[in-house]
Design a protein around this ligand. Structure first.
Ligand code: URA
Length: 270
């Protein structure tokens, strides 16, 4: 191999290494923001996880890594009025529509940002858009979405009273599971939505939403039905409506979980 070919191979290898390190560093930074405790890495989930109890929260905040999407620190922890929430969400949506941080942008028909009351007390978080959501640009509009609407109505609320979003804003091909890179690249959008909306309670739907937000590898069967804390909100996971369509016997467990959400909201109404 000639010297210049060798040089260019070396440059390629260096570029690849730099890009791998960037993905790794983004992942670590994001996990820190999500509250991963690297000092006591422990997959045993306690019944209540509090940010304050987390050793990592005592460490200095890492520099934001998603500057070109938005800057975390710029507006961190600001409490918005309803009209400010609408403006902030619109601004974020415009940014997400331009997002090309992972390959899912290549095949999307629409970015599926989120829908509902920007001032909602209750926020649902699902996994990723499917075929109909990608077509219409709205989360949970297919069969699973119709079931979610019934679940919401079962506690005396309407779809428009809550906010609904997903971990991923673009549809994975053939509805495959989200991969780690997609989750790392896309979660900051959701984290920002939560920061703006500041719901009283977040209900995670299914394995991916629960595991991603709790940074856990526990099964949804173990995570569901218990209260956690997330970014100052209460957090409760339950089964995904798509799973319920295949396993209707578990509807009673979801009913038990959603009643806890209803009761929490009743006890904490202002
Ligand atoms: N499943 C999800 O997790 N989200 C949707 O928006 C639709 C189906």
């Amino acid at each position: 191999m000639g010297a210049s070919r060798q040089q260019s191979k070396l440059q390629e290898a260096k570029a690849e290494l730099v890009s791998l390190l960037k993905v790794l560093s983004d992942k670590v930074d994001l996990e820190r923001k999500l509250g991963v405790n690297y000092l006591q890495f422990d997959s045993v989930i306690k019944n209540t996880i509090s940010y304050e109890e987390n050793v990592i929260s005592q460490l200095p905040t890492p520099e934001p890594v998603f500057d070109n999407v938005y800057n975390y620190n710029e507006v961190d922890k600001v409490e918005f009025s309803k009209s400010e929430k609408i403006a902030e969400l619109n601004k974020l949506e415009e940014q997400v529509k331009r997002c090309t941080k992972c390959d899912l942008c290549k095949n999307r028909t629409n970015v599926v940002f989120g829908v509902g009351d920007p001032d909602a007390d209750l926020m649902f978080v699902g996994e990723a858009p499917g075929y109909y959501e990608d077509e219409q640009g709205e989360p949970f509009v297919g069969k699973a979405g119709q079931l979610l609407t019934k679940i919401i109505e079962s506690i005396g609320m309407k779809r428009g009273d809550v906010y609904i979003a997903n971990i991923l804003k673009c549809r994975p091909p053939e509805n495959r599971n989200p991969n780690a890179n997609e989750i790392v690249m896309c979660s900051p959008h959701l984290i920002r939505q939560i920061e703006i909306i500041r719901p009283k309670i977040i209900c995670a739907l299914g394995t991916f939403a629960a595991q991603t937000l709790l940074n856990s590898t526990e099964s949804i069967g173990n995570l569901r039905g218990k209260f956690f804390e997330y970014q100052g909100a209460k957090f409760l996971a339950t089964y995904h409506p798509a799973y319920l369509l295949r396993n209707p016997d578990d509807k009673k467990k979801v009913w038990a979980d959603i009643k806890k959400v209803r009761d929490f909201l009743k006890e904490n109404s202002s």
